[in-house]
Design a protein. Structure first.
Length: 309
């Protein structure tokens, strides 16, 4: 079973966690994500490196899987004047010194650069329109570049938001060619969101986008994988229904889980009502997962995630 480990304070000192600075412009800030074996001196090494460059830490969250010898995760944001001019030098120096010494898997993101997001959708519009509305209202800090669909139904709705819409029909005879076209249209993006895209992506396509595809599955995984999960849930007589946002892997509905939520139901509610309730859950779960990804709050570890939310 995939699960999500979320922690925002485990080893962080109160002084670091509560540190507040005046609001700065995005161009001066960066986010650093780190994964490595837990060992003494990691926080000191990272902090000293940033200090030598004249930077100042504004948030720091960390988590370790064990008191000693576990796996260690860190999310750190810092402010540094003129960051955009020196970030390449900063990145190279950090990699050759701190990261190499502690055998880190790490990622540095300049917060002035918005994550580019492409969306795939079929006919259901609730998750898509929720993302577009949040984006338009400034509640989703990314750049939505385009929407691709295997149907024409949602063209007008998407174009009303000023987002380019592309129609790529998919049939059993043209699936490889359709996927190539989708890949071309998604080129240049940092993330692909499947907002109820009712096509199974091939392993070749997924391999081109490792941990860069987020799907919303309309059930509380690992229960009711595959098609028509609300019907499956109704037939099983469940008292809770839910939705799951996860990264896409070649194994269907088995990728690392980012976010989940549930809603209590009763025997009085049929499949139609379950679907209506479920769609509200889906759009909220997907929005949170996408937002955490573009804010660099998710670290994948095996088939799990650590989410600093």
């Amino acid at each position: 079973m995939s699960d999500t480990e979320t922690n925002t304070s485990s080893k962080t000192s109160p002084q670091v966690a509560s540190k507040v600075l005046p609001i700065t412009t995005a161009i001066d800030t960066a986010t650093l994500l780190i994964k490595c074996r837990d060992q003494a001196g990691i926080v000191q090494a990272v902090s000293e490196f940033i200090h030598r460059y004249g930077g100042n830490i504004i948030t720091l969250d960390q988590y370790s899987t064990a008191h000693e010898g576990g796996q260690y995760f860190m999310r750190l944001e810092f402010v540094l004047e003129g960051l955009s001019e020196i970030i390449n030098n900063f990145e190279a120096s950090f990699g050759h010194t701190v990261a190499k010494r502690h055998n880190m898997t790490w990622h540095l993101h300049d917060n002035a650069i918005k994550t580019k997001v492409g969306i795939l959708v079929s006919r259901f519009d609730h998750a898509l329109l929720d993302l577009l509305w949040r984006h338009q209202r400034g509640l989703l800090d990314c750049q939505i570049t385009s929407v691709v669909s295997n149907h024409e139904d949602l063209r007008q709705a998407v174009e009303n938001f000023g987002i380019p819409f592309h129609h790529v029909p998919v049939t059993k005879d043209n699936k490889p060619e359709a996927e190539e076209r989708v890949d071309e249209l998604m080129a240049g993006n940092d993330l692909i969101v499947l907002a109820r895209y009712m096509q199974i992506l091939s392993s070749d396509f997924i391999e081109r986008w490792p941990m860069q595809i987020i799907n919303i599955h309309h059930s509380f995984l690992p229960a009711f994988v595959g098609a028509d999960p609300y019907r499956q849930a109704y037939d099983k007589g469940v008292k809770l229904i839910g939705a799951t946002a996860h990264y896409v892997t070649a194994e269907l509905d088995q990728g690392p889980i980012i976010e989940q939520d549930v809603h209590r139901v009763t025997h009085r509610q049929g499949v139609v009502e379950l679907r209506a309730i479920g769609r509200d859950i889906e759009r909220n779960v997907l929005a949170r997962a996408v937002n955490w990804h573009v804010q660099n709050r998710v670290i994948v570890t095996g088939n799990k995630t650590v989410v600093f939310n």
